[in-house]
Design a protein around this ligand. Structure first.
Ligand SMILES: [Zn+2]
Length: 80
């Protein structure tokens, strides 16, 4: 039979609680980071009128809803 003291039981329950809290906080942070990354993937910035908008379409070029300028998705490294 396993003998458990009250101090040992309290220590194990505290350690288990701490492990569960750390695990779920890590899951929460990971989930929030993924949601933010998904949101930023569809966020576009119009260099003409400086409006920021979201375009969830698959196409590479989106049109600004404010001024109608064509904007490329992702990082644009062209000059001009
Ligand atoms: Zn625009």
């Amino acid at each position: 039979m396993i003998e458990v003291t009250l101090t040992g039981l309290a220590m194990w329950s505290l350690a288990g609680t701490m492990i569960i809290i750390v695990f779920f906080s890590w899951i929460s942070r990971w989930s929030n980071r993924n949601a933010e990354r998904r949101s930023l993937r569809h966020r576009m910035h119009c260099p003409v009128c400086l409006q920021v908008y979201e375009d969830a379409a698959v196409r590479q070029v989106g049109h600004c809803p404010n001024c109608g300028a064509a904007n490329e998705k992702g990082r644009n490294r062209s000059l001009g």
